[in-house]
Design a protein. Structure first.
Lengths: 301, 271
């Protein structure tokens, strides 16, 4: 029996699972928007602007979900500053939850700046203060912001998996692949969100075709990393002899990866399935470990 | 500077009276579970079942019966191990978990914000949330009592001295003597967590066991969560790099396709 079975569940459930999904999606969307911002064409701008909006809303929602999940929500700032020594910084580079808190704050800042810049570009900002900020995020400044924000986006998508691995809990700590898996899932769900939302902002067919093509590649990476994740669990795979295993196989692999890969002609429907698969991936990997005490005997563990 | 202090728990003399559980609850004013309406486990005299935010001591009842006349009860008063290298302290993002001058590990309830990272990081399943405070809690090794020269409530209450409190160096010497004594009597006895060169740099609450650690609900090789950081981060960066290359290669291919079709699609880059 793995030593991880002697530990206690942290009760990371109904706020953290949506956060892992939304954070991954927001990070992936920002990364793709930044890639198009840097290396795309003028016709890609609607997707770029949509990506920054998705990231900004996702980052704010992520912060709210994380705060609500705390046992003492009003003390959320204790993760950023030393509560007894304010304003001294609280940061542990070896603790994923510590550097993750700072990464979310910075990602939120960069995504909001990019979103404001993009809205200023369209002339959609009414408030003078916001228009002034948006006006600064143009040209070279916008490029620097999107470059750093794009890297932060990939980080946000993946650190949640690292956070799970850097514990002592069953399944999570028994594989080093969760971070890589969540990065791939963040990229695929980010692309799927843009495929669904960007047409309303005037996205071109060619940009949407590139997104679909990237999404398919990201799904293949996700499938390969998922296979590596399963292989790394070894005998612990008996944990999947449960509802969560069924969800992983049918919901994530079947509906979330293989079905969208076969649906080239219907990118919007494929994108919806990718989003469903991305959420179910978080659900299955989180709850397979969280609730393991309820079914470990039945699974022979 | 005080010397490192801790517990040596000799499980062979534990009688399962739970005086330690009661003393801990009383001294630390820990609330009753479920409003005091106790729920029986139904399969053991152990109704506490596990350590958590309101049970900082737990007497394990391990029932080993092969037949009506062939069996034994193992009993062990479990508690936070006050690891020399503590996983909870390592991951705590608020700095709420500290190492005291007695080399013990304490959660400051007024700093903790209830993120629960320490619960998942602890290799022993010691920590959980106290529903009254909304923060993570566990044994403090009676830090308040130690500060005024008193011994912890649990060891003070233990009627058989199964739980012994003292300086770690002295406790280790005593524990080794006890193991030798038991082995001379033909009892299979081993120390768990007493080796400063062993897992987690040794445990400041260590045990004398007469069966495998797993039987007592203890991991054979407890690890720090950070031991997994480098590998997990490397794989994540590799995955991100692959996806970045795929995105850029896709954009390059699109541009080359457009150029081969006659330069459609506008300039080489956006404004």
């Amino acid at each position: 029996m793995s030593d991880t079975f002697f530990t206690g569940a942290p009760h990371w459930t109904w706020f953290i699972i949506p956060y892992f999904f939304v954070g991954g999606l927001a990070g992936g969307a920002y990364f793709l928007a930044a890639a198009l911002d840097w290396f795309g064409r003028p016709e890609d701008r609607p997707v770029v602007r949509t990506g920054y909006d998705v990231a900004a809303v996702g980052a704010i929602l992520s912060g709210l979900l994380l705060t609500i999940d705390l046992g003492r929500p009003l003390r959320f700032w204790h993760m950023l500053f030393q509560s007894e020594n304010f304003p001294a910084i609280m940061f542990k580079g070896w603790s994923p939850i510590s550097f993750g808190a700072w990464a979310i704050l910075l990602f939120g800042l960069f995504s909001v700046l990019s979103a404001l810049g993009a809205r200023a570009e369209e002339g959609r900002l009414q408030m003078p203060a916001l228009r002034a900020v948006g006006g600064v995020v143009r040209g070279g400044v916008a490029k620097v912001v999107s470059g750093v924000g794009g890297l932060l986006g990939l980080f946000i998508a993946g650190y949640t998996g690292i956070l799970l691995s850097v514990t002592n809990r069953p399944v999570w700590a028994d594989s080093p692949w969760l971070g890589a898996l969540f990065v791939a899932s963040g990229a695929s769900t980010g692309a799927a969100a843009l495929i669904l939302l960007a047409p309303a902002r005037g996205a071109s067919e060619r940009t949407l075709a590139w997104l679909s093509s990237f999404d398919a590649r990201a799904l293949v990476v996700e499938l390969l990393v998922l296979a590596a994740f399963i292989a790394s669990l070894g005998s612990l795979n008996r944990v999947w002899v449960s509802f969560w295993g069924l969800l992983l196989l049918v919901g994530v692999v079947g509906f979330g990866i293989l079905a969208p890969l076969r649906m080239h002609a219907k990118p919007a429907q494929a994108a919806k399935l990718v989003l469903l698969g991305g959420f179910l991936l978080r659900l299955a990997t989180m709850l397979a470990s969280e609730g393991i005490d309820r079914y470990r005997v039945a699974a022979g563990l | 500077m005080p010397e490192p202090m801790g517990f040596f728990t000799d499980t062979t003399v534990c009688i399962g009276c739970k005086a330690c559980e009661v003393a801990c609850k009383e001294w630390n004013q820990l609330p009753a579970e479920n409003g005091g309406i106790g729920e029986l486990s139904g399969d053991s005299y152990d109704n506490t079942r596990k350590l958590d935010g309101i049970h900082w001591r737990h007497v394990r009842f391990i029932e080993q019966f092969k037949g009506p006349y062939d069996g034994r009860w193992l009993m062990m008063s479990d508690v936070c191990k006050h690891c020399v290298q503590a996983g909870c302290l390592e991951v705590c993002p608020t700095g709420a978990i500290i190492r005291t001058e007695f080399d013990t590990v304490v959660i400051q309830s007024d700093v903790c914000n209830g993120c629960r990272a320490c619960i998942a990081a602890c290799p022993f399943g010691v920590i959980d949330v106290n529903p009254v405070s909304g923060t993570a809690q566990k044994c403090t090794l009676c830090y308040d009592r130690l500060k005024v020269g008193l011994e912890p409530a649990c060891s003070k209450a233990c009627p058989t001295d199964s739980i012994q409190f003292g300086s770690i160096v002295e406790l280790r010497t005593r524990a080794h003597k006890r193991v030798d004594q038991l082995k001379a009597q033909g009892v299979k006895a081993e120390l768990y967590g007493a080796d400063p060169e062993g897992a987690l740099g040794g445990l400041n609450s260590f045990y004398l066991l007469v069966d495998e650690p797993e039987v007592y609900g203890l991991p054979r090789k407890p690890e720090l969560p950070s031991s997994r950081l480098a590998k997990s981060a490397t794989f994540s960066v590799a995955s991100a790099a692959v996806l970045g290359v795929l995105a850029l290669v896709g954009l390059r291919k699109r541009r080359m396709d457009e150029q081969s079709r006659g330069g459609g699609g506008g300039g080489s880059s956006n404004v």
